[in-house]
Design a protein around this ligand. Structure first.
Ligand code: HEM
Length: 325
């Protein structure tokens, strides 16, 4: 009798394990829409590829948008919301250079046509980001879906939760840890700077007045600083610089070569050399034995995509990504 009870409880335990296995602890899983909207991932992919054909630079701002969504209130699509009084995340200074919102709207509209009220805006952003990176010769990854959308957006939360380009390594590690991400995620995800642009005003202090004595940042290669000074005059407020010159349209490991040569654009890029663990990752990526970055990036993106998610009955599935229902 006891043996039978034991066997039965083992069986039940196994069944429970099988039930929960494909889903992670937070209720996300790869293929969440397989039954409810089987074409969701294909529609999202085709839609973003169309948009990138017209505007090949779109991949970078979309990737940055996902990061900025996840670090503020978790990956809940709050970065997409708009308030009449403009006190929303979108209007926080670091988000003013985000773009690609129309692309998210178009993907969402196509999905609403196919299966109304099913696919959340936060998942649209996660899917679109993966497809944008893959389209730039990066490696694809399985995107966990099942997020629901938040109903709150607040300008001050964006200002206090997003790392700044002047952050040092201690601050970056602390901010990533606060989101459940470790040093490995920090250095891997910083590799997102292999694509896209940064603007002159953000590095003027590094070029012209680092310690208030008209000096430049000693952690910036002096030849590179001289080249950057030609592009960014001290009063420049608009010029966009390729963060990974010559390769800014290709999602590859060349960012790590730049950082190792003290040619990372921001102090936060240079800071990766100030910690043993992040530094050794940077140096590993430039060895001829082969970089692991492209594969690692997908893993860390999945980790980032889990930050503070709403699942189950929490939040809602917005009809329009810019407004709560
Ligand atoms: C580690 C902390 C980080 C800091 C301090 C930081 C800061 C910045 C800044 C200041 C810009 C330039 C914005 C502009 O001038 O328009 C930028 C651009 C960008 N960032 Fe980051 N970033 C960080 C991490 C990340 C992460 C984790 C990702 C994605 C995985 C990412 C992806 C990007 C991309 C793709 C761009 C280019 C955007 C474009 O071309 O429009 N960044 N970042």
């Amino acid at each position: 009798m006891a043996a039978l009870a034991m066997a039965l409880s083992c069986f039940i335990f196994l069944q429970i394990l099988l039930l929960i296995a494909p889903t992670n602890a937070q209720g996300l899983k790869v293929g969440f829409y397989d039954k409810t909207c089987p074409k969701a991932e294909l529609i999202a992919k085709n839609s973003v590829l169309d948009a990138m054909k017209k505007d090949p630079k779109l991949g970078a701002p979309l990737l940055r948008m996902f990061f900025h969504d996840c670090f503020v209130r978790g990956c809940d699509g709050s970065v997409l919301l708009e308030l009449k009084n403009k006190q929303d995340e979108k209007n926080a200074a670091p988000n003013l250079s985000l773009r690609g919102f129309e692309t998210i709207d178009n993907v969402k509209a196509a999905l609403e046509k196919e299966c109304p009220g099913v696919v959340s805006c936060s998942d649209v952003l996660a899917l679109v980001t993966r497809d944008a990176v893959a389209a730039l010769y990066g490696q694809s990854w399985g995107v966990e879906t099942g997020r629901r959308d938040g109903k709150v957006t607040n300008i001050n939360e964006a200002l206090s939760n997003l790392p700044t380009p002047g952050d040092n390594i201690t601050s970056l590690i602390t901010q990533f840890q606060a989101k459940g991400l470790d040093k490995n995620d920090l250095v891997v995800l910083s590799g997102g700077h292999t694509i896209g642009h940064g603007h002159c005003p953000l590095i003027l202090n590094r070029l012209y007045n680092f310690t208030g004595k008209g000096d430049s940042d000693p952690n910036l290669d002096p030849n590179y600083a001289a080249a950057l000074r030609k592009k960014c005059k001290p009063t420049d407020t608009t010029t966009a610089l390729e963060m990974d010159p010559g390769s800014f349209k290709t999602f590859d490991e060349s960012y790590f070569k730049l950082v190792s040569q003290r040619r990372g654009l921001f102090q936060s890029d240079a800071a990766l050399l100030d910690n043993q663990e992040t530094k050794s990752y940077v140096l590993k990526q430039i060895k001829s034995s082969g970089s692991t970055f492209l594969k690692d990036f997908g893993v860390s993106m999945v980790n980032m995509g889990r930050i503070g998610v709403l699942t189950g009955q929490a939040g809602e599935v917005r009809k329009n990504c810019r407004n709560v229902n």
